[in-house]
Ligand binder design. Structure first.
Ligand code: GDP
Ligand code: IMO
Ligand code: MG
Length: 427
């Protein structure tokens, strides 16, 4: 038993840019080799797309690996859960013929109806809009940090639950009153929660006991990061970030799994970059190229439908996020989208007020003044979606992948050439 406890059974998948790198489809593909797939951060701000033949599944709260029979899902303690959304997603999967096996950590926190209300007010007042997803994520994590959050375990203690909610609603209503907005009713929130609890109470587990059992019985575990490294609360482009930790540190805190159980950290990078919402994007192309990437890459939000801002691959940010997340290998997505461009640019350093810099600054005003210094590579023609081996790719496409591998200095183990499961090339 001691021996098995020390085995490295856990791999982590992390989005290495500003989200929407294609993590969902990669998790779906990899999950076939795992027994447990778990989320560790974020909430229903995530939108993870999995395409299987003529069906498209978009996961917001559920782990994207649940489409494989026998794979067990867990929503870790680091996630903030909107129960209504969770129930809807579970029911949708059941309607589509799946029998998802899911557990929820009793230490995860709830997103409650006052969280999106608070978020709307905060965004309205901000002079520089973050452009949040309005899913109540920031205020829910805010309540957790202020010690006013509602932990899932409270669903089994109705009196304590009511107490926390009544107090918080009292406070929120004071603000709503000042702003002349409709007030919230704590009793309605509590009675709705009781109804929702009836649907999920059997899924709630002590996730630490769950992990101990999983590790001692040698189960293979895949952790699915939501959002992206550059939206990380500490290491992203603060304040234009989400409110959770999106990288390897977040995976440990958001599950309670020990460091010694971690094996691989798989970083997912898109072959270009996108961002939705406000904040700096040094390589953004507000021109024909940006439009080409958006249309060809179908870069519209899976959660909010907003058009994503698009630009060239940013090598400076790529090296930075690879370091902070301890990435051991890379999967590159959407190589097919670059076909047809005459040339492809990659930022290899920045110019900040006349000085060359190779590390992103912490100051957001400096970040906004960065001018990328580009390397230019030749593009290629042809549709890549039917390529299934690296050698089938056009010479310039292979050179682009080799170039990125040298730039980030971490092995690129696979490349995707389309959204479907099999549109994927192992290297
Ligand atoms: P996630 O949030 O990282 O899971 O990514 P999203 O699902 O929000 O966005 C990725 C989008 O790209 C989805 O529409 C996917 O179906 C699509 N996609 C993923 N991989 C590829 C690929 O290799 N080629 C193309 N053309 N589309 C892809
Ligand atoms: P997936 O998991 C892309 C962005 C929002 C906003 C900022 C803060 O699909 O990659 P929030 O609602 O989290 O407080 O918003 O973060 N954002 C995402 N952008 N992909 C996501 O998730 C995102 N989740 C949040 O657009 O700029
Ligand atoms: Mg997404």
């Amino acid at each position: 038993m001691e021996e098995k406890e020390h085995q490295k059974m856990v791999d982590i998948v992390i989005g290495m840019q500003f989200g929407d790198e294609g993590k969902g489809r990669i998790i779906d593909l990899l999950a076939a080799d795992y027994e447990i797939v778990a989320r560790f951060n974020g909430g229903s701000n995530a939108g993870h797309t999995v395409k299987i033949k003529d069906k498209t599944y978009i996961f917001h709260l559920l782990p994207s690996g649940l489409l494989h029979e026998g794979v067990v899902g867990l929503i870790g303690n680091g996630v903030v859960i909107d129960l209504g959304q969770l129930i809807k997603e579970l029911n949708n999967l059941k309607k589509m013929g799946f029998q998802p096996q899911l557990y929820i950590s009793e230490r995860a926190h709830l997103v409650l109806p006052y969280h999106p209300v608070l978020e709307d007010i905060e965004e309205e007042i901000r002079t520089k809009k973050i452009g949040t997803t309005r899913r109540g994520i920031g205020p829910a994590y805010g309540d957790k940090a202020r010690r006013d959050g509602v932990v899932i375990a409270l669903l089994k203690k109705p009196d304590e639950l009511a107490d926390v909610i009544i107090n918080r609603v009292k406070e929120v209503n004071l603000l709503l009153q000042v702003l002349n907005k409709p007030l919230l009713n704590a009793d309605d929130i509590i009675s709705n929660l009781i109804l929702e609890t009836a649907e999920v109470k059997d899924l709630i587990v002590d996730s630490i006991a769950f992990w101990q059992e999983a590790l001692t019985s040698g189960k293979k575990i895949l952790l699915e990061g939501a959002q992206g490294a550059l939206l990380d609360l500490d290491f992203g482009t603060y304040p234009f970030v989400t409110s959770s930790h999106t990288m390897t540190g977040g995976a440990l805190v958001g599950t309670g799994l020990p460091l010694k159980s971690i094996n691989r950290v798989i970083g997912v990078y898109k072959t270009y970059i996108s961002r939705v919402g406000g904040g700096p994007l040094p390589t953004e192309q507000v021109n024909e190229t940006g439009e080409y990437l958006r249309q060809k890459g179908k870069e519209f939000g899976a959660t909010t439908g907003r058009p994503r801002r698009c630009g060239w691959f940013d090598g400076v940010l790529a090296r930075y996020t690879a370091f902070v997340s301890g990435t051991t290998e890379i999967i590159l997505t959407k190589l097919d989208v670059l076909s047809g461009l005459k040339e492809i640019k990659v930022a290899s350093s920045y110019n900040l007020d006349g000085k060359v810099i190779e590390h992103p600054p912490a100051s957001i005003t400096e970040f906004l003044r960065l001018l990328p210094v580009y390397d230019t590579l030749p593009g290629w023609e042809g549709n890549l979606v039917s390529c299934r081996s690296f050698k089938d790719l056009p010479f310039e496409a292979k050179e682009y992948v080799n170039y990125l591998e040298n730039l980030i200095n971490i092995p690129i183990k696979a490349v995707s050439v389309g959204p479907e499961r099999d549109q994927f090339i192992k290297r």
